[in-house]
Ligand binder design. Structure first.
Ligand code: GAL
Length: 439
């Protein structure tokens, strides 16, 4: 019944916008690209990754999508039906069988295609085959489609063609009647640090086009990570339920990951991606992640920030210095349901130091001057060392950092209401604290 109602709603709106009823929260899952690439892209490896998501508790923590990226396809379309097929050696049981396996194990299933004649890795693209490909995906039970931007006849950045072609696939997906998360990716065929913010800002882009849209080229290390987060900070207003800015996948710190970050930065990425309301797609090998990465990705308090029902993307509330240089820092904040705020204090500089939320920072937060706030450390799962902040009064946080690595801390600030301060003070001090509450 729900599906039928959804279908009717979708058909009514199909022409004007993407309104497929999915993606109300940022998707969480695993994507094969940074891990398996093309070389290791096989049915057996995808199943192994999925089984590991179950065994490590990642599925339970919310990582429900298993998304095939490029290189799942056969070299050519089926010559009789014209449909895409799985690569016969890599996926000998076929894509539908894999989709069924994943669904049976509690996952949602994602797949990849391209708006051009070929995918970025050279497999058949969806250009001119939008309807049949969307239908094939729907028939297989696909829940998520990533559409890439390679091999278009007019190049990667001809906006009229780009939005028209991505729009064709959006409409084709809508026509199938199956709710499918639609993710457009214009990043991989760009030079690192290229400006592709138009995916969010153009009147034909953003939530009109897709459920998520890449806002920078691929995140492959610290510089591109920095670029994606700073770019995303300026795009907060374009995101909302059903449509998210996509700053690309999570880079793990395990030395088994093809793309690896220092532990400080891998965890910082997770914290900042939570504030940015970004899709959380693990790019490391689930079966070989070390305990630190598992701990990072299963932090329920940070995930709750990412998935917060207020659905407001966060941004930068204070920034000083130039990133990578000594003394630079960035403070991020996101308003949460219930009047709390999540904050990430990033030390981008060379040395261990205090990072302070000062006048500018407080003025960007939604608290009346003088409001008392409990401060909870979301990585320590405990009150912060300074467990009370007073809105408007400088609040300093010690953030480690050595050489150019830097580090970050993440907190949740909640206005004190009667009784709530008991969480952070021992009982002997509660009375005193409550007596000078600002209500
Ligand atoms: C890039 C894209 C990557 C991955 C790759 C596959 O364009 O940004 O995320 O999908 O193509 O070939």
């Amino acid at each position: 019944m729900f599906a039928q109602v959804l279908h009717v709603l979708v058909s009514l709106h199909a022409v004007v916008a993407l309104d497929n009823g999915v993606g109300l929260y940022p998707p969480m899952g695993y994507n094969t690209w940074n891990d398996l690439g093309c070389r290791d892209m096989t049915e057996a490896n995808v199943k192994m990754a999925a089984d590991a998501l179950v065994n490590t508790g990642l599925l339970k923590a919310g990582f429900e999508f298993v998304n095939l990226d490029d290189c799942w396809q056969a070299d050519t379309r089926n010559s009789t039906t014209g449909r895409l097929e799985g690569h016969p050696e890599r996926f000998p049981s076929g894509i539908k069988a894999l989709a069924d396996y994943l669904h049976e194990n509690g996952f949602k299933f994602g797949i990849y295609t391209d708006r051009g004649t070929k995918t970025c890795a050279g497999y058949p693209g969806s250009f001119g085959h939008e309807d049949i490909d969307a239908q094939t995906f729907a028939d297989w039970g696909v829940d998520y489609v990533k559409e890439d931007n390679c091999h278009s006849s007019t190049g990667a950045n001809d906006l009229d063609t780009l939005f028209a072609e991505f729009g064709k696939f959006r409409d084709a997906l809508n026509k199938t009647g199956r709710p499918i998360f639609f993710s457009v990716c214009g990043g991989g065929d760009q030079w690192p640090l290229n400006d592709i913010r138009y995916y969010a800002t153009d009147s034909r882009g953003g939530a009109k086009l897709a459920n998520s849209w890449r806002i920078t080229p691929d995140v492959i290390g610290r510089l591109t990570l920095q670029d994606a987060s700073l770019t995303n900070a300026g795009l907060a207003d374009y995101a909302g339920p059903g449509g998210f800015n996509d700053p690309d996948m999570l880079l793990s710190s395990s030395n088994t990951s093809v793309r690896q970050l220092p532990v400080e930065w891998s965890r910082t990425q997770f914290s900042v991606w939570a504030v940015l309301m970004a899709p959380l797609l693990i790019g490391g090998p689930p079966e070989k992640l070390d305990p630190f990465d598992i701990e990072t990705y299963t932090n329920a308090e940070v995930i709750a920030v990412n998935q917060d029902p207020l659905m407001k993307q966060g941004t930068i509330v204070e920034k000083s210095g130039i990133v990578f240089l000594p003394q630079s820092h960035v403070i991020w904040a996101r308003n949460l349901s219930g009047g709390s705020v999540a904050m990430v204090f990033v030390n981008d500089g060379w040395a261990t130091r205090d990072v302070t939320c000062g006048e500018k920072c407080w003025s960007a937060l939604p608290f009346k001057k003088g409001t008392r706030l409990t401060v909870r450390d979301l990585w320590a799962h405990a009150p912060a060392e300074a467990p009370i902040a007073i809105a408007g009064t400088p609040y300093s946080v010690f953030v480690a950092g050595f050489w150019s690595i830097g580090d970050s801390r993440m907190f949740k600030l909640t206005p004190v209401s009667r009784g709530s301060e008991r969480d952070v003070r021992d009982s002997s001090s509660v009375e005193h604290v409550i007596s000078d509450l600002v209500i």
